[in-house]
Design a protein around this ligand. Structure first.
Ligand SMILES: CC(=O)SCCNC(=O)CCNC(=O)[C@H](O)C(C)(C)COP(=O)(O)OP(=O)(O)OC[C@H]1O[C@@H](n2cnc3c(N)ncnc32)[C@H](O)[C@@H]1OP(=O)(O)O
Ligand SMILES: N[C@@H](CCO)C(=O)O
Length: 336
């Protein structure tokens, strides 16, 4: 499978846990689930779960190396969690070691596009089993941005007694029409052509991850010597990079999990669901985020009765990855 980690590839710092079968929220089941995860620090220290976003993986901290073609996606924040036992797992439906479309189906071949639909709640169910296996009854903190924020919120709502602190960053409590619209358009590109379509999907997505101001400031209408608009060249670069490291079927499964995200489903609505949260919570957004708009985090902050923390940044949604000084300061505040 293009861009997927496969059995036999260098495992790097990954560890694996084989779970039993999993019943899925939308129906159907998986006969067996394997979860890939990494840990940092002393298991005796307060445990912290960090949830990666759409195209992230368990390699939260650390360098490139065998099994890890990209450096840790939040490497700049490693010093901010000193004194904690940090766990990061690849998400169910992902393509970096945890069961997903690139994994083998019962008939021996990869699941591919036959992989069943999974939800954010299914993904958290896998993480609950991982926590049980690691002997972690209660997380000192569960932290996530973007799709990772959805899993962090689902943890705090579904298992309030197991989450002492919640960091909810650049995410929302329920998918918006704008998010569903862009993600289903990206899925349509992948359906036309898996690899070329994934490149186009990433280009569409990347436009939603950055701000118009930043793109204008960086690129304007500049044309490169090769005749391409500079911004087009930039987007093509990001599209090709993702297609080289990610599985198209996994991209569809994960964007669909985000499309169906609604923490209030079956719980009487968003506010009723958030009323279950007992964690000390920090809710933050990026002021220029046009995908997960600040109003979405404001709604969550209001429901949780905490002040909204706003990170000022020109980088749009990707500010949650790029603004490591500001995000790291918020993280430290929650952990202290
Ligand atoms: C938690 C998680 O979400 S995990 C997943 C996070 N990681 C990713 O998303 C990986 C993809 N990367 C990205 O989205 C971004 O690079 C981020 C968010 C990680 C970091 O953003 P920034 O540091 O602002 O990088 P930026 O968006 O400017 O991109 C820089 C790249 O564009 C390239 N670039 C810049 N201008 C141009 C151009 N005109 N033509 C072609 N390429 C260009 C640079 O050479 C650089 O390439 P490289 O990344 O291969 O070294
Ligand atoms: N750059 C992030 C954006 C989505 O939050 C990712 O690829 O996961």
């Amino acid at each position: 499978m293009a861009g997927a980690w496969r059995e036999g590839d260098p495992s790097g710092a990954r560890q694996f846990l084989d779970l039993g079968p999993l019943e899925l929220e939308r129906g159907g089941s998986l006969p067996g689930v394997r979860v890939a995860y990494e840990t940092w620090g002393d298991p005796g220290d307060p445990p912290v779960l960090v949830e990666h976003a759409l195209t992230g993986d368990s390699h939260l901290f650390g360098d490139t190396g065998p099994g890890h073609p990209t450096p840790g996606w939040w490497a700049a924040l490693e010093q901010r969690v000193t004194g904690h036992f940090v766990v990061c797992a690849n998400v169910l439906g992902g393509c970096q070691g945890t069961t997903g479309p690139a994994s083998d189906a019962p008939d021996g071949g990869p699941w591919g596009s036959r992989f069943p639909e999974v939800t954010i709640a299914d993904q958290v169910a896998v993480e609950v089993a991982l926590a049980d296996a690691l002997g972690i009854d209660r997380w000192y903190a569960v932290i996530g941005g973007s799709m990772g924020g959805m899993r962090a919120m689902e943890w705090a709502v579904a298992h309030p007694e197991r989450v002492a602190r919640l960091f909810f960053l650049a995410s929302g409590a329920v998918a918006t029409a704008d998010q569903i619209g862009t993600q289903t358009t990206q899925q349509a590109a992948v359906a036309l052509d898996p690899v070329g379509g994934l490149e186009v999907a990433r280009r569409i997505a990347h436009l939603t991850y950055r701000s118009a101001f930043e793109l204008q400031t960086r690129f304007g209408n500049e044309v490169q010597p090769d005749g391409r608009f500079a911004v087009t060249s930039y987007l093509e670069h990001h599209g090709a990079k993702l297609a080289g490291r990610f599985d198209p079927d996994s991209y569809v499964v994960l964007t669909q999990a985000m499309n169906t995200w609604d923490v209030g489903r079956g719980r009487g609505g968003v506010e009723a669901a958030l009323a279950r949260v007992t964690a000390r919570s920090l809710v933050a957004g990026i002021d220029s985020d046009r995908l997960y708009r600040i109003e979405e985090q404001q709604r969550v902050a209001d429901a949780l009765g905490v002040p909204l923390r706003v990170v000022e940044s020109p980088y749009g949604h990707d500010g949650f990855l790029v603004e490591t000084a500001a995000v790291g300061a918020l993280l430290r505040e929650l952990l202290d």
